[in-house]
Design a protein around this ligand. Structure first.
Ligand code: ASP
Ligand code: MG
Length: 327
């Protein structure tokens, strides 16, 4: 088998029918197989599902059902736009997940974290089912349930990956020279309940797959040309970082460069899997590669703006020696 390639597409890259078509075009540009495509929930679906959880918590049943209906309607709208005649099994699957969700929401006494995960993961199920079905029009694409592959502990909402079980499951599942479509962000606990890895966790899922498969590379497709030395929303004309060592990337992500989830780099560094950050709007451009190397290219300072910071000044009344650990 060839060494697999892993792609990750976030919510913005699958937010409507045109974006899903664009994802298919990108996937078809690359002939490497197996290709694992990790997909987040469409657009702001996870936020909308979090609202569902809030309504459940406050026993606002009507508003809860309205929100669910609007989430499903939005997805059905995209399906209608993508397919002349939507595949019957896709529509059935979407309906089953909705019924399952409504059923789960009847459990009024389920602990918050478990209920949160039982609700919010539906966004990734829906997006991946739609993307897989659409890809299948042109390219053999297989939908896989990440919950059977990414094994975690039972810490709901920020579960920790159990690496050995996860690696075994992923290596077993990814064995054919085809495109696999999997959900980012989700996993399952030893008791079988669905877990999630923390908001924006799909990048990390990409890294988990890339690590377990010893992938050739992981590519995170974004709406920016790559990693920049400053946030383009704050600083005009930032510089594109063409190449970045792993440790610099970890530092940048840790201090708030929001382009990649901070947990993403470590598994990649462990197995030397390069991370590409590329634009889904201009896939022909090189973007940024984060890999084992000595220095960034080009060598420029990086800027991170943190707003709404408060400075707290603490002083001792008895003029004793001040050291940070006293604080
Ligand atoms: N859909 C999830 C979220 O919005 C995971 C992700 O996007 O990475 O947080
Ligand atoms: Mg998202």
């Amino acid at each position: 088998m060839n060494t697999p390639l892993v792609f990750k597409f976030g919510g913005a890259s699958v937010r409507d029918a045109a974006s899903v078509r664009n994802v298919a075009t990108i996937v078809q540009r690359f002939q490497d197989r197996p290709l694992v495509v990790v997909v987040s929930a469409m657009g702001k679906t996870t936020n909308a599902l979090e609202e569902v959880v809030q309504h459940w918590l406050r026993a606002e049943w009507d508003r809860m059902k309205e929100t669910i209906q609007s989430i499903w309607d939005a997805h059905l709208g995209i399906v209608q736009e993508l397919f002349g005649t939507p595949p019957a099994d896709l529509l059935e699957q979407m309906q089953r997940w909705k019924d399952e969700l409504l059923q789960d929401l009847k459990a009024e006494d389920r602990p918050y974290g478990a209920q949160y995960d039982a609700v919010v993961h539906k966004g990734e199920l829906l997006s991946t089912a739609i993307v897989a079905a659409y890809l299948n029009l042109e390219t053999p694409a297989q939908w896989l349930d990440t919950r059977r592959l990414v094994h975690t502990n039972d810490q709901h909402r920020r579960a920790t990956v159990l690496w050995d079980a996860t690696e075994r499951a992923i290596v077993n599942a990814v064995s054919e020279p085809v495109v696999y479509v999997v959900q980012g962000f989700i996993g399952s606990a030893p008791n079988g309940l669905t877990t999630t890895l923390g908001r924006e966790g799909s990048d990390y899922t990409g890294a988990v797959f890339a690590y377990c498969l010893g992938a050739n590379s992981l590519t995170i497709w974004k709406d920016v040309p790559g990693m920049l030395n400053a946030d383009p929303k704050v600083f005009p004309s930032p510089t594109l970082l063409r190449r970045l060592p792993f440790d610099e990337a970890i530092e940048l992500a840790f201090y708030g460069a929001s382009i990649i989830h901070p947990k993403t780099i470590q598994p990649l560094q462990k197995r030397g899997v390069p991370l590409h950050v590329k634009s889904f709007l201009h896939p022909e451009l090189d973007g940024t590669v984060i890999e084992q190397c000595d220095a960034p290219e080009p060598q420029v300072p990086n800027y991170i703006q943190k707003s709404n910071q408060a400075l707290l000044q603490v002083s001792m009344r008895d003029l004793a020696f001040i050291a940070e650990h006293h604080l």
